[in-house]
Ligand binder design. Sequence first.
Ligand code: C2E
Ligand code: MG
Ligand code: MG
Length: 585
Amino acid sequence: MQLESPQREAPLVLLGIGAARARLELRAALERGGLRVAEAADLEACVDALERLEPALVIAGSLPSEPDPVRVCGLLGGACAQRHTPIVLLIDGMDARGMQRAYDAGAADFIVQPPAGSQIAGSEIAQRMRFVLRAHGTLAADLRDANSIVGPAQLLADLRECMERSKKSERRTAVLCIDLHRFKALTASLDGAQCERLLLDVARRLRIGIRDGDLLASLGLDRDGVSVARLRGDEFCVLIRDARETSDLSRISQRILDLMAVPFQVGEQETILGVSIGIACYPDVELSAEALLKAAEQAAYCANQEGRNNWLFYRHELEAKASRRLALELGLRRALERNELELDYQPRVDIKSGQIVGVEALVRWNHPELGRVSPLDFIPLTEETGLIIPIGEWILATACEQNRRWQVAGIPPIRMAVNLSSVQFRQRDLYDSVVAILDSTGLDPRWLEFEITESLLMRDAESAVALLQRFKDLGLHLSIDDFGTGYSSLSYLKRFPIDAIKIDQSFVREMTTRSDDAALVTAIILMSRSMKLRVVAEGVETRSQLALLRILQCDEIQGYLISRPVSAVAMAALLRGSVPAAFAA
Ligand code: C2E
Ligand code: MG
Ligand code: MG
């Protein structure tokens, strides 16, 4: 075997060309370039050679029965596609239409037939064919990879068969469900083809990474005992046959985490995908094949909740926890359609005058069975699932429209603050969608404010500055929410075109009882003043907190002391009313 001559290993090119002279010249050029050549002078011979010789590449030209090479390409296309064999066309003249027709017909490349009297160019033809083969080889490998990843039906069939075997042996059957953490959110800015490429890369890395190396051997497992399945979109499963110990499964899971920890290349950028793995193992849990698969998925959900890059074995106790999350996720997909979302509004008050100068829109979800679900519970879920994009758009449109309505009803204009998730912020067309919403609601941009978090600014400062500046130029206000909980310093914030910072409620809560919190609030207020930023204290609940904030010359406050978040109707009444009770004294 090893003694095979390089000649035999060289790729075989089939020349499906009627004209003997062209065949002769091409053969000479290709063989000089180290490729092997077979010839077929008519369609029948071409089809026969395709079957028998399995060439790596076909060069097709005019044939006696079909003088148009593009039509020949069409005739051979089916048989070639089946074998992933690229076709290169030998065409007559180099005109744009000819090239376009060649590509449209599925040709990988084309060679231009020189005018009578001159020879087909020499060595670069072979080079070019090698290039076509290389490009095509990668493509074919991808297709093979995609094909070797089994689908859900096959997985279930395999799983059933393995479980039957496990019944008769001491060995275990395990399904590992691999949850790509925040995949949809991470890839919100990619197009469909880029996403699919990335998923294909994930599949390949899983398949090659788990099966290669000495891990399986050290666990006494057969390479073929492991298969990778793609359930849907971004959900992958690994089926492991004949495992001995559950600790072996932990080792395989760790291998998967290691494999996935290496960044993926998406175009020019590198992306890190966090993963969580759920493991369900038969007969440790005695379930049907379908239920075992579901159990692995649930375990993955739970693993995901406990932080990414870990794995979790399914236990019956997980059921309740996972099913709530699943119910929430399923419910969320329908929440918009079913009008279950609602905005409440909480006033922001000027500390000197006691006037309401703004409101913050806070989303609520009225779940048909679970009642009111806190945004703290479901916003993270919308971010992971990508649902924050449509939901965030709905929130923004509703808040803008409400603000406009108050103005039309004769209430003096106030600013509406809307929380912006970092996932929304990374969405490519956020700016356009904001402009469209302002247009359609007729709200003047100066009555809209975005609340963003520090972490959003720290992730990708350069593009954040650019986008924020565009919003500023539009006339929007910008504030930093929950300030103090991230790791940014005020001086870091200097680079961003922001108007206000909101001191996180955790510092405000303890500022009258803990001296370090008081010191922190004082420092934030002093520094903000020097940077000409307005300061808002969040979560003000007591008069003593208000008194202290007054002394420190905080600009605005927000909190239960003034009002809890209330419905639009109740908010309108507050806006029409006088100064809040806390200021009356
Ligand atoms: P946040 O933006 O910091 O909103 C302030 C939270 O503090 C609100 O909680 C509000 O009800 C609560 N709060 C206000 N005053 C007081 C007070 O005096 N004492 C106490 N203990 N709490 C007070 P909520 O409505 O549960 O929202 C929680 C978080 O969920 C928000 O924090 C925000 O990060 C997120 N969120 C809420 N609505 C939206 C939204 O429409 N879009 C996005 N992306 N996130 C939202
Ligand atoms: Mg906020
Ligand atoms: Mg906040």
